[in-house]
Design a protein around this ligand. Structure first.
Ligand code: KIV
Length: 273
């Protein structure tokens, strides 16, 4: 059963959010009983093979979010507005957010940042009935300007800016705020100060909820485990081994077997011969 925003905001337990990018991803997340699904623009990195989220388009997000929605019709779904789709003015942001809601069935959109321009967008969208999830700390869409993909909020100015940004997003109407890659004690302070739930990734255990990129938690890519994630499965290795086993069977003519083949009557075949 899909949870409403007030239910999410008053959850007795930590909120669970995972990313999904397609129909099976949505189906598995819903069956596992998560509270929220995020169709993140991490799509660019983990599905489309880009080395950043910057090239992801609104069309990409809509295409993938529609598939997720078909797999998870009963789970609260948040869709990222990608880079450039809410930076060119409030009207453009409004138009793009409306497209996401109308064309994907999303329950909310997410956007990164807390500059005065972004706050104005958040205020306009929320006043017009579009729920917005904010995002502070590390913001991958503009990571170059933040000095790369690194922890934020460690010094006086950074910690203050992150706290003020989260508070301002709440005042602008955000129903929840993602805290990415900030020190755990700063995340705890922000979570205490905000009345809306914080959802952490690389922000310690004292947030009101947690989000992980599904490809990280499923181990779809082999290699070193990220500090901010935990791998609960090794699907990448399982996939590689399964495909290699299939290749070996084909080369040894051990697949397909008689059980995989269709039969025909002798006389039909005889006539062909
Ligand atoms: O795009 C994404 O997956 C995200 C999460 C990391 C919060 O924004």
């Amino acid at each position: 059963m899909k949870r409403s925003i007030p239910e999410l905001q008053h959850s007795a337990q930590p909120l669970v959010m995972v990313t999904a990018y397609d129909y099976p991803g949505g189906k598995h997340a819903q069956a596992a009983g998560v509270d929220l699904i995020l169709v993140g623009d991490s799509l660019g990195n983990v599905v489309l093979g880009y080395d950043s989220t910057a090239p992801v388009t609104l069309g990409d997000m809509i295409h993938h979010a529609r598939a997720v929605r078909r797999g998870a019709p009963d789970t609260f779904m948040v869709v990222d507005l990608p880079f450039g789709t809410y930076h060119t003015g409030v009207q453009d942001a409004m138009r793009n957010a409306v497209r996401v809601i109308q064309e994907t069935g999303a329950d909310a959109i997410k956007m990164e940042g807390s500059s005065p321009e972004i706050l104005q967008v958040v205020q306009t969208l929320t006043r017009n009935g579009i729920p917005v999830m904010g995002h502070v700390g590390l913001m991958p869409q503009t990571a170059t300007a933040q000095g790369g993909l690194r922890v934020q909020g460690k010094d006086d100015a950074g910690a203050r800016a992150t706290l003020d940004g989260a508070l301002a997003l709440e005042s602008a109407g955000a129903f929840s705020v993602v805290l990415e890659a900030i020190p755990a004690r700063l995340a705890r302070l922000i979570s205490e100060r905000l009345t809306v739930p914080t959802i952490g990734i690389g922000a310690g255990v004292n947030c009101d909820g947690q989000v992980l990129v599904t490809h990280d938690l499923l181990g779809i890519y082999e290699g070193e485990e990220k500090k901010i994630a935990k791998r609960y499965a090794e699907l990448g290795r399982a996939a590689r081994e399964a495909i290699a086993a299939y290749a070996a069977d084909v080369r040894a003519r051990e697949f397909p077997t008689r059980d995989n083949a269709f039969v025909m009557k002798d006389d039909v075949l005889d006539k062909l011969y």
